[in-house]
Design a protein around this ligand. Structure first.
Ligand SMILES: *Cc1c(COP(=O)(O)O)cnc(C)c1O
Length: 327
């Protein structure tokens, strides 16, 4: 299996330019004060679908062969990848089916349907929803678009790494949300190839951090999926993981976990100090900084990966309502 290269990431960049935005990188004086260095925030929250995942999905779908386009695409998603696949498939004129577990919030289901995809809600976990997606691949000969463990998806997410370095050549540390590892894997590939000095730190929630548990075990393992404010970081990494486990193991310098209260505090901080709406999974980098889990990292870029969450829940979180935290 050929390695994913910087070339693949540049190719992704030209392929997705019409569907994914080049997002701003903005200074954060409030977090710089906490970290004792310069901090800039990469606002993937400003993609049209509200999250970075359009980059990988667009790279995959725009590079389908004519025959694959005719078969249509199917995927499984905690929400944001589903939105991205729906949006890119619609732009490319390709049929899309998105399989979701019952843990995914209803507003996310509605958003995917609104983008023109067919939605199937199946099972109580990401892994059960995946079984339905695999069935559709067999039964209806559809093309599966893996949310993270796919070369095109990883290369697409890696375009964030190119932008980070171009907009911040002095970057010393990148702090990136971590779930399946497509986001951090692509970013780490780009950064380590172009500027090996940059440290890459992955952040997950304490509950159900499949990649971090797998790194500890030395191989992909399954972990129970629990309700979390960082719902977009839920799900496993696949026991037959092909790309991201090795990428994260080999290229990511450190990993950090944050509690539900710390995620809520980060969302509050982003809103009150930075005037930003960030979903739980997108705010874990800020959470790690505020909780003091990251130190001595120099000029730092933090990826804010998405902003898709229920606004009633958001309001309860930013007003400090303790009932907003999952039990
Ligand atoms: C999917 C997602 C992530 C994690 O990306 P992986 O490639 O699975 O590691 C982080 N933040 C948001 C908002 C996401 O939707």
């Amino acid at each position: 299996m050929a390695a994913i290269t910087l070339q693949d990431i540049y190719a992704a960049r030209s392929r997705i330019a019409g569907l994914a935005r080049r997002t701003p990188l903005v200074p954060s004086p409030s977090l710089a004060g906490r970290l004792g260095g310069e901090v800039r925030l990469k606002l993937e929250t400003l993609q049209d679908i509200g999250a970075f995942k359009i980059r990988g999905a667009a790279n995959r779908i725009l590079d389908l062969s004519p025959a694959e386009r005719g078969r249509g695409v199917v995927t499984v998603s905690t929400g944001n990848h589903g939105r991205a696949v729906a949006s890119a498939a619609r732009a490319a004129g390709v049929r899309a089916v998105v399989c979701l577990s019952r843990l995914v919030p209803a507003f996310k289901v509605a958003a995917i349907e609104g983008l023109g995809a067919e939605v199937r809600v199946v099972g109580d976990s990401q892994d059960e929803a995946e079984v339905e997606a695999v069935r559709l691949v067999d039964a209806e000969d559809m093309v599966y678009v893996n949310p993270y463990d796919d070369r095109h998806v990883i290369a697409g997410q890696g375009t964030i790494g190119l932008e980070l370095l171009e907009d911040y050549p002095a970057l010393e540390t990148a702090i990136v949300p971590l779930s399946g590892g497509g986001l951090i894997g692509g970013i780490a590939l780009a950064l380590k190839a172009a500027a090996p000095r940059v440290r890459v730190i992955g952040v997950s929630m304490e509950r159900g951090a499949a990649m971090i548990e797998s790194l500890r075990a030395g191989r992909p393992i399954q972990v129970p999926e629990l309700p979390t404010l960082a719902d977009s970081l839920g799900g496993g990494i696949g026991l037959d993981n092909r790309h991201t486990f090795a990428l994260v193991r080999d290229l990511v310098d450190a990993t950090v976990q944050v509690s539900e209260a710390e995620i809520a505090e980060a969302m509050r901080h982003a809103y009150r100090e930075e005037r930003l709406i960030v979903e739980g999974g997108g705010a874990v980098g800020i959470a790690a900084v505020l909780a003091g889990r990251i130190a001595g990292v120099g000029r730092t870029g933090i990826v804010l990966s998405g902003r898709n969450l229920d606004m009633d829940l958001f309001t309860r979180i930013v007003t400090g309502d303790p009932s907003a935290l999952p039990a």
